[in-house]
Design a protein around this ligand. Structure first.
Ligand code: FMN
Length: 412
């Protein structure tokens, strides 16, 4: 495992005490750790604790004449291989998302070229708040920033819900490249984006899929420790770190690439691509000239990548998506049964602001005998929850015929 220089930013949340354990775990893995506390964090934990655990002086102030005699904030920003903010308060997330540089930690984040991992920690109502979610969406779009968590469960204030900081061991594993994540050792193949079906050399049929959900799932599966192959239709998204992207154009290309990837070994297959159901029966070799007032395009059925993979004798755990505009539950569960899927993730694309081409999504996940609703949330946040659920269900086999677990509690 590569040893890194980790700059840990601790902000003013009740979970700040857990970050002392995170420093200990990171040091145990051989990383060099330097800690910056915000003014809020200093109300919860003392620099002395972090200094003793990291073996390095702790910085708390941007306007510290002694430390800044040699431009200490720039030196720290350049020193880091990886910045981790844990816990990240709602206030810090708002300042980071908006590019503020009003204290040492936000200034460092502006000055560093290192990746920044943000581990939110706050009360569930603060997390669900529309302004917080807007700031989270801004961070989710920022290629330098990755969101780690939050987890859900019981909170210090007595509430239950999303907003808990991931446990220090999980965060340390993420720094170490997956470690004991829920998908460590698993090979996951994900399809994403639209397909393009050519009509002639300059025209094609496609759809509104942006690929954001598939890319977010790929990043989340990688963060959970999986080896991930992402078969992607034409999109304008950056490849998630550590994910092998295999670009394709048409539905037929996607089928071939998926077959190859599953042949290479695949535990979980997630079909998030919006594959065109039909393609022009014949592709004109030359550009079709404008002539008659009407034009008829003869279309033929495209192969169904997901159904083909799910029908294999050695089929992996297959997860499909169903984008519907009416009777979402009925059409989605029909599709799950017809295509012999282990799970289907349904979203109602008739609702404004979610689904296709949007940064947000809200879904209902169905599996034989159970269901769970997730979101609305940023696709990156939702992806982490979906990966957790897929890992949980797939560990119980294709049919989920397993003893009662946490997820079974959500069954109707
Ligand atoms: C007892 C107490 C607990 C708090 N816990 C949290 C928390 O868990 N998450 C959070 O986002 N804010 C929490 N806050 C509010 C932050 O401390 C406050 O927004 C502060 O301005 C954050 O400062 P910082 O961004 O400089 O770290 C808490 C405040 C108090 C008084």
């Amino acid at each position: 495992m590569a040893q890194k220089r980790i700059l840990l930013g601790v902000t003013g949340g009740i979970a700040a005490y857990k970050s002392a354990e995170l420093v200990r775990l990171l040091k145990k893995s051989g990383h060099a750790v330097r800690v910056v506390l915000t003014r809020g964090a200093e109300a919860f934990v003392t620099p002395l604790t972090f200094q003793a655990l990291s073996g390095e002086p702790v910085r708390t102030s941007l306007l510290d004449p002694e430390a800044e005699s040699g431009m200490g904030h720039i030196e720290l920003a350049k020193w880091a291989d990886q910045v981790v903010i844990a816990p990240a308060s709602a206030d810090f997330i708002a300042r980071l998302a908006n590019g503020l540089a009003d204290d040492l930690l936000t200034t460092l984040c502006c000055a560093t070229e290192a990746p920044i991992a943000v581990a939110p920690a706050m009360n569930q109502a603060m997390w669900r708040n529309t302004r917080t979610q807007r700031n989270v969406r801004l961070l989710a779009e920022d290629p330098q920033v990755t969101l780690w968590g939050p987890d859900q469960g019981e909170q210090a204030c007595g509430d239950t819900g999303p907003g808990r900081m991931l446990e220090p061991q999980v965060l340390a594993d993420l720094v170490n490249g997956g470690g004991d994540g829920v998908l460590t050792g698993k090979r996951v193949v994900i399809t994403a984006g639209p397909t393009r079906e050519p009509i002639d050399p300059v025209r094609y049929i496609t759809n509104h899929s942006s690929g954001k959900m598939g890319y977010a799932l790929a990043a989340a599966a990688r963060a959970a420790g999986a080896r991930v192959v992402l078969i992607s239709g034409p999109v304008s998204l950056a490849a998630p770190a550590g994910v092998e992207v295999r670009p394709v154009t048409t539905a037929e290309d996607m089928l071939a690439a998926a077959g190859r990837a599953v042949d290479e070994g695949c535990d979980i297959f997630i079909a998030a691509a919006a594959v065109a159901d039909y393609r022009p029966g014949a592709v004109a070799e030359q550009k079709i000239k404008k002539s008659a007032d009407d034009m008829t395009l003869a279309l033929v059925r495209n192969p169904d990548t997901l159904a083909t993979v799910a029908a294999r004798e050695d089929a992996p755990y297959c997860v499909g998506f169903a984008a519907e505009t009416t009777e979402v539950a009925r059409y989605a569960t029909d599709k799950m049964v017809r295509k012999k899927l282990a799970m289907i993730i349904a979203n109602d694309v008739s609702q404004p602001g979610i689904g296709f081409n949007s940064d947000n999504n809200a879904v209902t996940v169905f599996w034989p005998g159970g269901q769970r609703s997730l979101g609305p949330a940023a696709k990156q946040v939702l992806a982490a929850d979906l990966v957790q659920l897929i890992a949980e269900r797939s560990s119980q086999g294709r049919d989920g015929a397993a003893p009662a677990t946490q997820s079974n509690k959500d069954q109707p």
